[in-house]
Design a protein around this ligand. Structure first.
Ligand code: 3HC
Length: 308
């Protein structure tokens, strides 16, 4: 079975290469594998880091499937061109379980691991020691403060948020999040890299939810509350927003798609910070879904059931 090449790439020493060419993505879940994929698609050398080879194997399969979807769009029925695109892109991604080795010549590290500040602190503390001074650090967090995450490092000038959207290969937006200590050079490098990987970048302060989630998550929560009150069925709420507001997915199916663990961690974080804001009170059924492990599409059941 084809899996990632085990880490051992001859790192380029050319001085003429782009500012960001070697990218390390930490976390091979939904977001991390998507970020690795889009970076490799645009020619970056990517190292995808996970805690064990089994998760890397799963990420490898997901990336292969999604690269096939992208290739089909690009090359229609040309089977040879599709295969070439998939193979060449995959060859630029190596998997690793060795953090120090994975950042040895990295220009950019993008972290996409569990939304837990202590875990992220441990990771970035270790990365700060292992990575060379040139390496820029970014977090794809959707619920934590970039400044809080960066606080354990000695490179806040080379730190920021790079917030992607699911599905990463399809969604065109990248939120580039600034912290006060971030240098102009770092910001420009983030913006240039975002453009190079085919995203449209917007800039945002390090504020809860940045732009999209600050608007989207309360909307999802309101839709769930509407469903909890029995004002309308989940199906009808979804149809209403698709046909009445032109959204590609209704809010209940989108909540299932994003994952209830993610949405709950965002809303609980905000509730802790702003306990008086009714909009940020976690919904009961959302908590229940997470307790039951019914996290949405990725587990086969959320508010709806899915064929795995
Ligand atoms: N990789 C590559 N291509 C993919 C893909 C993936 N993971 N998922 C879908 N596609 C492609 C399909 O191949 C298809 O291509 P085609 O048009 O050439 O056939 C195209 O996208 C459309 O896919 P489908 O036909 O399967 O289904 P839809 O037309 O329903 O589109 C969708 C799926 C793109 C997910 C669309 O429903 C959508 O845009 N939904 C909204 C998603 C959204 O809002 N995301 C943001 C969530 S918030 C977030 O991520 C932030 C976080 O912090 C919480």
């Amino acid at each position: 079975m084809a899996t990632f090449t085990v880490l051992k790439r001859c790192f380029s020493t050319s001085t003429s290469r782009k500012v960001i060419q070697n990218v390390t993505v930490i976390g091979g879940g939904l977001m991390g594998s998507g970020i690795a994929q889009v970076a490799a698609q645009s020619g970056n050398n990517v190292t995808l880091v996970e805690v064990n080879p089994d998760i890397l194997k799963k990420a490898d399969a997901v990336i292969k499937t999604n690269l096939g979807r992208v290739a089909k769009k690009l090359y229609k029925e040309d089977a040879r061109a599709i295969e070439k695109f998939v193979d060449e892109t995959k060859a630029r991604i190596v998997g690793s379980t060795d953090l120090s080795e994975a950042v040895r010549d990295s220009d950019l590290v993008v972290e996409a691991i569990v939304e837990n500040l202590d875990v992220k602190h441990k990771l970035f503390g270790a990365l700060d020691k292992a990575a060379p001074p040139k390496t820029l650090f970014a977090s794809n967090t959707s619920s934590l403060s970039i400044g809080d995450i960066a606080s354990v490092t000695d490179r806040k000038d080379r730190f920021g948020g790079l917030h992607f959207f699911n599905p990463v290969p399809v969604m065109k937006l990248l939120e580039v999040v600034r912290i006060p200590e971030q240098s102009e050079q770092t910001y420009q490098a983030f913006m240039a890299w975002g453009k190079a990987i085919g995203k449209t970048c917007i800039t945002c302060k390090d504020t809860p939810g940045f732009v999209v989630n600050r608007l989207l998550v309360p909307y999802l929560a309101e839709a769930i509350r509407m469903m909890e009150r029995g004002d309308a069925s989940p199906r009808d709420i979804d149809i209403a927003m698709k046909l009445g507001a032109g959204y590609p997915m209704g809010p209940i199916e989108l909540a299932d798609y994003v994952g209830h663990d993610t949405t709950l961690s965002i809303i609980e974080g905000w509730h802790k910070k702003f306990p008086d804001k009714q909009l940020f009170v976690p919904c009961e059924s959302l908590k229940e879904k997470v307790r039951e492990g019914k996290l949405g599409v990725k587990t086969g059941e959320g508010y709806y059931k899915y064929n795995k």
